[in-house]
Design a binder for this molecule. Sequence first.
Ligand code: AMP
Ligand code: MG
Length: 334
Amino acid sequence: MLHASQQEDILTAAQILKKGGLVGIPTETVYGLAANALDGNACAKIFAAKGRPADNPLIVHICDIKQLYTLVRTVPEEAEKLASLYWPGPLTMIFPKADCIPDEVSAGLDTVAIRFPSHPAAQAVIRESGLPLAAPSANLSGRPSPTTAQHVLHDLGGKIDAVLDGGACSVGLESTVITLACTPPRLLRPGGVTLEQLRSALGNVILDPAVLNPLEAGEKAASPGMKYKHYAPKANVILLDGPREKYISYVNEHPVNAAALCYTEDQEFLSVPTVCYGNEQDPSEQARELFDALRRLDDLGVKTVFARQPKLDGVGLAVYNRLIRAAGFEVLKL
Ligand code: AMP
Ligand code: MG
């Protein structure tokens, strides 16, 4: 375990990466499992450690906008606009890839996903290593993404070279992913930069159907990560869609082997074990808390989890996108 507050630990992390190793690093979204993005062998180790399907591409992290132009073939005007508004920050953009991007990173696609994170420790490691860093979430594939260094150790301890502890992540959900390779641009994954913000910058932005709905059998995912089962705790999660009073009475009427994943204000009215994921009026808090809450649900050992469905606007869309996957798209309208 390395510590982001120690400059020598930042240098150690950078050294490991330069030698082709793997380091869990803090970012403002979630912890990333970093490797040299220009080294196919180093990136292959990411897939092995996570148990990640080989067709799910990696996001490349940079610490300077100039780096972008060395990694991609073209930068559309819309990308420059979004970069000026939201970089550094929780926004990933998809570009036609340059030849230096190994196949392991792009998973055979002709495109590459790029992000400039705002977390000072992430920037410091990228800067000190002198490398663009491929870094998917530092969890075992299928588990909730890690928002603390302890989550990373829990999933990947013994399989990676180090974790750099930079405290809890401030956004708490993975980055917004948008592709500008089509017209109009398409939101592939909602995150801390919202659909409303993207539309106010670019005009029309399409919401990819896979954000809200399961893929049909045989349908091709625009973002390969969308097709995999995600975030699921051991219990069966059911999203309950309805007002607070109905949620509370439904859960209290179905208490056997059940727990509630609820808003903080719901807790005192529920007669089953509860895990809270933030305040009803604060989607940013819900985003920050959700993955830790999903991990804590496993400790309760219940069979069913009744989750309160979040609102769908702003950052709420990103919260909903993760929860609906944790629930395997099982929603009960109250
Ligand atoms: P993770 O970093 O683990 O949160 O996963 C990265 C996400 O970005 C996955 O959902 C990938 O499918 C998506 N992604 C990465 N590269 C591309 C790309 N070139 N085209 C479309 N989606 C991508
Ligand atoms: Mg992930």
